[in-house]
Ligand binder design. Structure first.
Ligand code: URA
Ligand code: CA
Length: 442
C-alpha cells in the first residue's frame, strides 16, 4: 500500500477501507507516514468528508494506537460524560458524584483546559492536596469504594490523536466533523467507558457555531457508538453564554458545591443541563427507567446531601482536603487580592454574551492557559451577574472579577465590554437545550 494513492483516493471523493484507515493511523503514529502526507490527507478528509463506517473505523484505529484501559472488573455499566469545549461548564463536578450516589459507576478520565475553556482536572486541583495522576489500580479501588473517581488520561492514551490534533491545529483541519468525532470518541473508548453521554455545545463559545452543525457532529458520534457497540447519547446545548455563572477553577468548584447543597434554582441553566446529563447516564446504566424517574432520584440526592457527600468522599480518597467542600469553606479558596465589578455603561437588555471572549477574559486573569506550560492561579476568574435577556441600569454590575495579578486588567475589561452587548430592545433568548440525539434518531 502506498499512502500517496490513499490521499488521491480520498481527494477524488472515494471512501477508504478499514485496512487503509488502519495503515494510515499506524503509519502516522509510528512515524513512517510523514506530517506533509498526513496534512494532505486530513485536508482531503475535511473537504470530501467520511461516511459513518469510515469514521467508526478511524475511531477504532486511533483508540488502539496506545493503551486501552480495561475497566471490565468494575461493577455495572462504566459511565462517562464529555462536553465539547464549554465556558463555565462545571457539570462533571456535579453529575459524576450525583450519579454515583444513585448507584452508577463513574470511572472518568478528563483533560486539562487550554485556551478559553476550563478543564475538569484544573478545577479538581484547586482543592488542596487533590491528586489527579493516580495509577490505574488505585483509581479502580477508589471507584469500588465510592462509585466515582476522576483522573487525567494516561500519557500513552491515544497517541494517534495527540499527533493528529497537533497537526490539525496548524493545517486548518480542526473543524472536520469526522476528525472531531473520532478524536473525542477514540479517547473515550480507550479510557474504558461503556456508556457515554455527550454534551455538544453550539454557539459563539463552541466549535459548532450552528445547531445544524452540532446535530451533524452529535449524530456522527452516536453512530460511532452504534458501530462499536457502545451506548452513546448526545445533548445539544447552547453556548451563546457561559453555562454557569462562575468562570475560573475554585469559583466553579464553589458553584458545583452550591448546586449539590441545593442552593441553585432548578430553573438555572447549569442545573437543567446537569439533570439532563445525569438522567441519561442513569438510564444507560439501567438504574432509572425513564427521564422523569431519573431526575427525581437526582433531585433527592441533592436534597438529602448525599451527592455532596459523595464528592467529598471522592476528593478525600484522591488525597484532597474535603473540608473545603462546603459553601462556607469554599470562600477560602476564592479569596483574592481584589474583587471588582465590571459595570454596565448604559441602560438596556443584555442582548448577547460571547462565551468565548468571557472564557478568554478569565484565562487572562490567570484562570487558564494560553499555552500548555502556563501556570494557573486556582482562585481567580469571574462571576457573571447577568444573563441574556436581563434588564440592567447603567452602573449595575455585569460581572465580578476575582483578581490577584492586575497585569492584563485593562484588556480583560475591554474584552468583557465587547463580549456583553446591551441593547434597547429585548432580543430573543436561545433555549438552553436544542436537541437530544440517541441511536433511534439516526
Ligand atoms: N475535542 C477533542 O478532543 N478533539 C477535537 O478534535 C475537538 C474537540
Ligand atoms: Ca468541560
Amino acid at each position: 500500500m502506498r499512502f500517496v494513492d490513499l490521499i488521491e483516493k480520498k481527494a477524488d471523493g472515494f471512501s477508504l477501507s478499514k485496512e487503509e484507515i488502519e495503515f494510515m493511523v499506524n503509519g502516522f503514529t509510528d512515524g513512517s507516514i510523514p506530517d506533509y502526507q498526513m496534512s494532505a490527507m486530513m485536508m482531503a478528509i475535511l473537504q470530501k468528508d467520511m461516511n459513518d463506517q469510515e469514521t467508526a473505523d478511524l475511531t477504532m484505529a486511533m483508540m488502539h494506537s496506545g493503551e486501552v484501559v480495561d475497566l471490565s472488573d468494575l461493577p455495572g455499566v462504566k459511565l462517562d460524560k464529555h462536553s465539547t469545549g464549554g465556558v463555565g461548564d462545571t457539570t462533571t463536578l456535579v453529575v459524576a458524584p450525583l450519579v454515583a450516589s444513585c448507584g452508577g459507576t463513574v470511572a472518568k478520565m478528563s483533560g486539562r483546559g487550554l485556551g478559553h475553556t476550563g478543564g475538569t482536572l484544573d478545577k479538581l486541583e484547586s482543592i488542596p492536596g487533590t491528586d489527579v495522576e493516580i495509577p490505574l489500580d488505585q483509581f479502580k479501588n477508589i471507584v469500588r469504594q465510592c462509585g466515582v473517581a476522576v483522573i487525567g488520561q494516561s500519557a500513552d492514551l491515544d497517541p494517534a490523536d495527540k499527533k493528529m490534533y497537533a497537526l490539525r491545529d496548524v493545517t486548518a483541519t480542526v473543524r472536520s466533523i469526522p476528525l472531531i468525532a473520532s478524536s473525542i470518541m477514540s479517547k473515550k473508548l480507550a479510557s474504558g467507558a461503556d456508556g457515554i453521554v455527550l454534551d455538544v455545545k453550539t454557539g459563539t463559545g463552541a466549535f459548532m457555531r450552528t445547531v445544524e452543525e452540532a446535530k451533524r457532529l452529535a449524530k456522527t458520534m452516536v453512530s460511532i457508538g452504534v458501530l462499536t457497540g457502545k451506548k452513546v447519547t448526545a445533548l445539544i446545548t447552547d453556548m451563546n453564554q457561559p453555562l454557569g455563572n462562575a468562570v475560573g477553577n475554585a469559583l466553579e468548584v464553589k458553584e458545583a458545591v452550591e448546586l449539590l447543597s441545593g442552593k441553585i434554582a432548578e430553573t438555572d441553566p447549569l442545573f437543567q443541563v446537569c439533570m439532563l446529563l445525569g438522567s441519561h447516564m442513569l438510564m444507560m446504566a439501567g438504574i432509572a427507567e425513564d427521564a422523569k424517574t431519573a431526575e427525581t432520584m437526582l433531585k433527592e440526592r441533592i436534597a438529602d446531601g448525599s451527592g455532596l457527600k459523595r464528592l467529598q468522599q471522592m476528593i478525600s480518597l484522591q488525597g484532597g482536603d474535603a473540608s473545603y467542600l462546603t459553601v462556607e469553606n469554599m470562600e477560602q479558596l476564592t479569596d483574592v487580592r481584589k474583587r471588582m465589578d465590571v459595570a454596565a455603561l448604559c441602560d438596556g437588555y443584555v442582548s448577547s454574551m460571547m462565551a468565548e471572549k468571557i472564557g478568554t477574559a478569565a484565562q487572562m486573569l490567570g484562570a487558564g492557559r494560553a499555552v500548555k506550560t502556563d501556570v494557573i492561579d486556582p482562585s481567580v476568574g469571574l462571576v457573571m451577574k447577568v444573563r441574556c435577556g436581563d434588564y440592567v441600569h447603567k452602573g449595575d454590575p455585569l460581572c465580578t472579577l476575582y483578581v490577584n495579578d492586575e497585569t492584563h486588567l485593562k484588556q480583560v475589561q475591554k474584552l468583557l465590554y465587547e463580549a456583553i452587548r446591551i441593547s434597547e430592545v429585548r432580543q430573543q433568548v436561545n433555549p438552553m437545550i436544542h436537541a437530544i440525539i440517541t441511536a433511534e434518531d439516526l
